[in-house]
Ligand binder design. Sequence first.
Ligand code: PEP
Ligand code: MN
Length: 348
Amino acid sequence: MLIVMNHNASPDQIEAVKAQIVEIGFQPCPMPSDTRMAIGIVGNDGAVDPGPFQDLPGVASCIAVTSAYKQVSREWRAEDTVITLPNGTRIGGGELVVMAGPCSVESREQLLETAEHVARAGATVLRGGAFKPRSSPYAFQGLGEEGLKMMAEAREKYGLAIITEAIDHESLELVEQYADIIQLGARNMQNFALLRRAGRSPKPVMLKRGPSATIKEWLLAAEYILAEGNQQVILCERGIRSYDEATRNTLDVTAIPLVKRLSHLPVVADPSHGTGRRPLIAPMSRAAVAAGADGLIIEVHRNPDKAKSDGGQTLFPEQFTELMTGVRLVAEALGTPVQTNPFALQQA
Ligand code: PEP
Ligand code: MN
């Protein structure tokens, strides 16, 4: 339940509502806005009786929150969540953000060269995995902390923010020290202990949709993070498993406008994992932008044919530049500003 206060409610009246929430055994979650204060009730599983609240001084209304994923829902918070990164990138405020880089960090040269290219083409966030969740235990598992250091160097050099995956508690401890956004991968979407740990991190988290997860399961997974206190969550649609082997996954474009209706959290699309096939990435990027995605995350490598992971779905640098041209045209047609990288502007 959400208790909406009158716009002129006094601090004492707000405190009295919070005390009443504690009295019935739950926690108050104050949500100030420009016009009025709302206080959410957390900790309850099921409906809360509005009786003890509706006649308290200063209370305007009590709104039942019907979604199972409460704090993630638009009922809880009507305005879009906007996440601001240290390099000024804003995610979720109606502008388009582009994240790009290799699937895995493989070497300093590979990363810096790719980072420079994506920054020049206009990306503002660099992706690159240092801890890789691989289907085979014999496949390349990532460079670990060395890879994170390379990501940090690329951030400094090219004015980027960095996003990188944590696969367990141990890697999360390290990733949160380096990253601007912690990525939680599709395979970990329902690793509830890891979600809770990420919910206690001060860093924004990007939660990828599980390969077979329903929208409700995905939003409930995000709720685990918010319930621990971390409100900076980005949702990433990265394709779901279907019967058709013609693509690696099926990018669920419908999920983009749907989730944006259900939730205030930003939604980013990953057409690289979402299709698994290089020629499909640019068209599906344009489709995702047209569907209202707040951002894209794209795999790019200086030489994808030599990539240690996901080469077949990774763009050559020039293909990424072309993708950006098409994406900008679609964004412009929709009146959506595309975030720019100051490094690219300096070089122009
Ligand atoms: C990745 O981003 O490289 C990755 C492993 O993604 P996902 O978790 O969506 O498979
Ligand atoms: Mn990948």
